[in-house]
Ligand binder design. Structure first.
Ligand SMILES: Cc1ncc(COP(=O)(O)O)c(C=O)c1O
Length: 372
């Protein structure tokens, strides 16, 4: 007899992990929006110092990291949620806010963990298609908000399209969202946005107790292997509810030490952002020269639709291009696996040499197959 799992387990989608790591070496890994830059030497030293404390449980409230975040963002420590990656905070928000009968609103395609929140809780998910520029349709989202809405997710810049919304539009949107609905503004990539000061959204917190700005050490700080994220909340009760649903010690000692140290090196962060943006400009230029039309990315990855070309006997256009890239040792994400209805690729901007390998491989993979 097979094990009988809960309804919940049957509903929860499996997170689409980037596969194929066992292929040809050396691989160019551009599938997970990671930082191409290794941790700073000072961060490594902080991790090494913390290793000696691993016989003890970590500080359960991450007090030093919390204090440093509070100083950096001018948000009281009691309104900061820390998590085992920002995914942990998203899942905790799902647990604290959602249940059968409740509703959750988000744009689609957007971050692939969002559907998990509805599935895990039994709440109803209402998704709103991105507009023609691959941006959130905020008016459309407002129309889906009802008395049953408990959570609204806005991903800015959006994963997988990289597109960003003006702060003024977000501010007008928030003014219309009723206070009973919590809004999470997922800003995992906000530091790469050149259209807006990444800290400008902090002002929104004062007017909106139902708002949380969700940020992470995984992207711009290059610490995704350690798992640290944080939420800056408009109210203490929101931060407290997130703690209530989680296991104690959710942020490990090495992660706390590394994140605290990383925060002290904002100059290095800015320098790395500048290098990524320079790559963004040059990769997008080459994509356009190939006849492609990358979306206006304000993140560390691009989104390229592959056009409505006919399927070939070897599969869809997207599968063919993905295979071509993989054969050349380049890993990216297939757009349809991320919710796109048209063939597309999501590609992280890497180091110059990695980007060159991607672009060369793409040029070859896009060439029409020779006639049989
Ligand atoms: C939009 C968005 N939010 C949150 C996350 C989660 O990041 P982490 O759990 O590593 O902090 C990601 C990761 O890719 C993301 O793309």
């Amino acid at each position: 007899m097979a094990i009988e799992f809960s309804q919940r387990i049957r509903r929860i989608p499996i997170y689409p992990a980037a596969g194929g790591y066992a292929q040809q070496e050396p691989l160019v890994r551009l599938a997970s929006n990671e930082s191409p830059f290794p941790p700073l030497p000072e961060v490594r030293q902080a991790i090494e110092r913390a290793i000696g404390t691993l016989n003890r449980y970590p500080d359960p409230s991450s007090s030093l990291l919390r204090r440093r975040l509070s100083e950096r963002y001018e948000v009281p420590t009691s309104r900061i949620a820390i998590g085992n990656g920002s995914c942990d905070i998203l899942l905790a928000a799902g647990e604290a806010l959602l249940e059968p009968g409740a509703e959750l609103v988000y744009a689609w395609p957007s971050f692939s963990i969002y559907p998990h929140l509805a599935a895990a809780s039994g709440a109803r998910a209402l998704t709103v298609a991105l507009d023609a520029d691959a941006r959130h349709d905020l008016d459309g989202m407002l129309r889906e908000i009802t008395v049953a809405t408990r959570l609204v997710l806005v991903c800015n810049p959006n994963n997988p399209t990289g597109t960003a919304l003006p702060l003024a539009d977000l501010s007008a949107f928030l003014a219309e969202v009723p206070r009973h609905a919590c809004v999470i503004l997922d800003e995992a990539y906000c530091e790469f946005n050149v259209l807006e000061d990444p800290d400008a959204s902090l002002d929104l917190l004062e007017a909106h107790p139902n708002l949380m700005l969700l940020r992470t050490f995984s992207k711009v700080y290059g610490l995704c292997g350690l798992r640290v994220g944080f939420g800056l909340c408009g109210s203490e009760e929101l931060a407290r509810a997130l703690d209530q649903v989680r296991q104690p010690f959710y942020c490990n000692a090495l992660a706390q030490a590394a994140a605290t140290e990383a925060l002290a090196h904002q100059d290095a962060v800015l320098e790395r952002v500048a290098r990524t943006i320079a790559e963004r400009i040059s990769v997008d230029e080459r994509l356009r020269a190939m006849g492609l039309a990358p979306a206006d990315s304000q993140a560390n990855f691009c989104w390229v639709e592959l056009g409505a070309e006919r399927d070939t006997p070897k599969g869809t256009r997207e599968q063919q291009v993905m295979r071509g890239l993989e054969e050349r040792g380049v890993l990216v994400r297939a757009g349809t696996a991320l919710g796109s209805e048209v063939p597309a690729l999501r590609v992280t901007y890497g180091l110059p040499e990695e980007n060159r390998r991607f672009l060369d491989a793409l040029a070859e993979a896009l060439e029409p197959a020779p006639a049989p």
